[in-house]
Design a protein. Structure first.
Length: 80
């Protein structure tokens, strides 16, 4: 495994989190600005899921764990 390998954090749509909660958590946990969090939240809502970003493995896993701890549906996948 190369040290430059990237991992994607995927956020999945669910039936119980509101738009406002998802937007807030993307800003708080992932550090997205207001507009980027809004755009990503809308994409997740309309398409059932979207990638938050690509990170090193440790960061991707940590972000995914925090999203899960806060009630969102998320996963981490190796970037292609």
């Amino acid at each position: 495994m190369s040290s430059g390998e990237r991992w994607r954090v995927a956020l999945h749509n669910d039936d119980h989190n509101t738009f406002a909660v998802v937007h807030y958590l993307l800003r708080k946990i992932c550090g997205l600005d207001w507009e980027a969090a809004r755009d990503l939240t809308m994409k997740v809502h309309l398409t059932d899921g979207a990638y938050v970003g690509a990170y090193d493995r440790e960061t991707a896993e940590a972000l995914t764990v925090e999203l899960l701890r806060n009630g969102l549906s998320a996963s981490v996948r190796r970037a292609a």
